[in-house]
Design a protein around this ligand. Structure first.
Ligand SMILES: *[C@@H]1O[C@H](CO)[C@@H](O)[C@H](O)[C@H]1NC(C)=O
Ligand SMILES: *[C@@H]1O[C@H](CO)[C@@H](O)[C@H](O)[C@H]1NC(C)=O
Ligand SMILES: *[C@@H]1O[C@H](CO)[C@@H](O)[C@H](O)[C@H]1NC(C)=O
Ligand SMILES: *[C@@H]1O[C@H](CO)[C@@H](O)[C@H](O)[C@H]1NC(C)=O
Length: 214
């Protein structure tokens, strides 16, 4: 079960910290892979496949309901971070909702204003294939009392992101990445969603990618 392989790669010991505080966040490449989402209470919220376009800043995620977990939610979202809109898609029903995105943070890419926290070595880096090196970046969640922590590989592939908030803590694990977009059609607005009017955002609501899983 993918949810069980969640990696906790957030805490750093000073011994492995690097004094390089001046570098800027890297940006992940185009990707196809799997994502698993859980709360720290142990509820699996979703598991499914994603496609990410790093230049166009587009993300599609579809949860896979054939992975039976009680608390999971059926979800199919297509996010356009640059345009600040996203679609909640119901393919079975050929219907969708178009909403405004008020906050563009998401687990596939490090926000530009994130702070470098540390580099860490897991396993045994001196044995080929037995070590894993990750960089950890942190920052504040915009408009919320909360912080995030993201770990990425040396090549800037996302490993895990955790959002710590008052109300909940939610963990995203990214798995089985391939550095390409395998199906570009997944990043195109389905024909039945085209011309969809933008839904009104209720007062006080901040739409984000992570909110879709809460
Ligand atoms: C990433 O995917 C987009 C959309 O398919 C494409 O335009 C872009 O060239 C790709 N970037 C790289 C580095 O392959
Ligand atoms: C869902 O998971 C099943 C079993 O792992 C797999 O066969 C199927 O292709 C997946 N469906 C989607 C839409 O990812
Ligand atoms: C899932 O729901 C069933 C029926 O409500 C319950 O018996 C079972 O314990 C639940 N499993 C988990 C993992 O929560
Ligand atoms: C189909 O969409 C309508 C309205 O968009 C919704 O009320 C209904 O519950 C949906 N049906 C299913 C089976 O999801």
């Amino acid at each position: 079960m993918y949810a069980a392989v969640t990696l906790f790669v957030f805490m750093c010991l000073t011994a492995t910290s690097h004094a390089d505080h001046h570098h800027h966040p890297c940006h992940s490449p185009n990707m196809t892979g799997f994502m698993s989402v859980m709360t720290l209470k142990g509820e699996v919220r979703a598991h499914g496949a994603f496609t990410y376009d790093s230049m166009g800043k587009k993300l599609r995620f579809r949860s896979n309901e054939s992975h039976p977990v009680n608390t999971s939610i059926g979800l199919d979202v297509l996010m356009f971070f640059e345009e600040g809109v996203f679609y909640e898609i119901d393919s079975k029903n050929q219907s969708c909702e178009k909403k405004a995105l008020q906050c563009s943070i998401h687990p596939m890419d490090i926000p530009d204003d994130a702070k470098f926290h540390c580099a860490m070595n897991l396993g045994n880096p001196s044995i080929e294939g037995e070590g894993f090196k990750a960089n950890v970046w942190t920052g504040d969640i915009p408009g919320k009392k909360g912080v995030y922590s993201m770990s990425v590989t040396m090549g800037c592939l996302p490993v895990s992101t955790i959002y710590f908030m008052d109300s909940t803590t939610i963990l995203f694990s990214i798995l089985d990445i391939e550095n390409e977009i395998k199906d570009p059609d997944l990043l195109v607005v389905p024909s039945f969603c085209q011309g969809q009017p933008l839904e009104e955002t209720p007062e006080g609501t901040v739409n984000t990618f992570y909110n879709e899983f809460i």
